[in-house]
Write a protein that binds this ligand. Structure first.
Ligand code: KIV
Length: 272
């Protein structure tokens, strides 16, 4: 009888992410919003899957992340969790479901964890959301912070420009980053801030800092539809496109239409 066993695909934990930082191993994170894509990126070896509220833009076609609801986030997360065997799955708490009170933040987090089976939640903000972060953590739910460009506050700032270029905003960001670590967040996303500032924060903190347009920190995150070239209109400097799926899909659909119109599909071998 063979003693060989199938190698176990162990789940990445928040603790392991911190160990990765300690040994200088970079963390790769991508967004996913459905079962099929989540399955592909998990099998490809991604460390963290973020069910981002960017689903509001890329899946629902909204201009901002504000309209997406908690029920919709849970719907997306449920499909992702079913697919992902190895990565840690983090889910954004959407706008309007944690800012009101820490009790509301806890209830939203518990719904996400219970109904989708996700492993952690993410929320935007520093000192303003301290009570919510502490309350969620007190229930045993891991929290990822998010500072810098915070898309849920777009109407406060009015633009998606680089944040924290000014000294006062940079100083607040540093204080907020330290606060989130002290509260017990397991990781922090920094979005669209100067590389030097992000790298300083990453060097200051023990928890991993994951950047998007934030220089070379402990890990990187991109929105899947952007890095695969599905979205075309969004071209910030930080975005590297790893494929042109827009062209691939357009060409495949064009060929399909041609075949159907010319009665070339189905062929004899595609019929029962
Ligand atoms: O919602 C999202 O996709 C995010 C990433 C950009 C970090 O928050």
């Amino acid at each position: 009888m063979s003693t060989q066993s199938t190698p176990e695909r162990k789940r990445i934990t928040t603790h392991q992410l911190q160990e990765m930082k300690q040994r200088g191993e970079k963390i790769a994170m991508l967004t996913a919003y459905d079962y099929s894509m989540a399955r592909i990126i998990d099998r490809a070896g991604i460390d963290v899957v973020l069910v981002g509220d960017s689903a509001s833009n890329v899946m629902a076609g909204n201009e901002t992340t504000l309209p997406i609801t908690l029920d919709q986030m849970i719907y997306h997360a449920t499909g992702v969790v079913k697919a992902v065997k190895r990565a840690l799955v983090v889910v954004d708490i959407p706008f309007g479901y944690y800012q009101g009170s820490s009790g509301e933040a806890l209830r939203s987090s518990i719904r996400i964890m219970k109904e989708s089976g996700a492993h952690a939640v993410k929320l935007e903000g520093g000192s303003e959301v301290k009570d919510s972060v502490l309350r969620i953590l007190s229930a045993g739910v891991p929290v990822m912070g998010h500072l810098g460009l915070m898309p849920q506050s777009i109407y406060k700032f009015g633009t998606y420009n680089v944040r924290a270029r000014e000294e006062s905003e940079a100083a607040k960001l540093i204080e907020d980053a330290k606060l989130l670590e002290e509260c017990g967040c397991f990781a922090l996303v920094l979005e669209k801030i100067p590389a030097a500032l992000a790298e300083k924060v990453a060097a200051m903190l023990r928890i991993p800092v994951i950047g998007i347009g934030a220089g070379s920190v402990d890990g990187q995150v991109l929105v899947m539809q952007d890095m695969l070239g599905i979205t075309q209109e969004f071209n910030p400097r930080f975005l590297r496109r790893y494929a042109d799926l827009n062209a691939v899909v357009t060409s495949a659909v064009g060929k399909y239409i041609t075949d159907v119109k010319a009665s070339n599909f189905p062929g004899p071998e595609e019929k029962y």
